[in-house]
Design a protein around this ligand. Structure first.
Ligand code: ASC
Length: 152
């Protein structure tokens, strides 16, 4: 992706989160939207995790396809957290997200960067590089969940 395009997309997402241009969207709609994207990410991440752990045969093409999906979905999460969507449907998102938006956005950016690196590594043929990039992405997931997702 070209840097200018990436910057424009991030600026748009940041605007949505801070300025509330999605005010017409009901909180429950945003909550369900973001949960759908997280579920789609988990759907793809689970078999990648199984491959990395040797619980499923390594398939570089499948790994790469799933990594590309995760990288794409990662860019679509932030807009699912408009102001006021801390409540309105069952959610594990902590109110701290809307009290620390700069930090939340930085963690989201770290996830986007890690998953972009993962997609790039997975598109190659270096299995170890793919596994290392996967571990970094999982770390980015975890770092945000620890702070901003309520315990199940
Ligand atoms: C998953 C999943 C997460 C992340 C996280 C990584 O497969 O559903 O939330 O990986 O466990 O640490």
């Amino acid at each position: 992706m070209r840097p200018a395009f990436a910057a424009a997309m991030l600026a748009t997402a940041g605007f949505v989160l801070s300025a509330g241009v999605t005010a017409a969207v009901k909180p429950e709609t945003a909550i369900h939207y973001r949960q759908g994207v997280y579920h789609a990410i988990a759907w793809n991440f689970a078999p990648m995790n199984a491959m990395v752990r040797g619980k499923q045969p390594w398939d570089q093409a499948d790994f790469a396809r799933r990594a590309a999906r995760v990288a794409f979905y990662s860019q679509q999460l932030l807009e699912g957290f408009p102001p006021g969507s801390d409540a309105g449907a069952k959610t594990d998102a902590k109110p701290a997200i809307w009290q620390n938006t700069a930090d939340f956005k930085a963690k989201m950016q770290a996830f986007q960067d890690a998953s972009a690196d993962l997609a790039k590594a997975a598109a190659g043929s270096d299995v170890e590089a793919s596994k290392q990039a996967f571990a970094k992405t999982a770390e980015a997931c975890k770092s945000c969940h620890e702070k901003y997702r309520a315990e199940d």
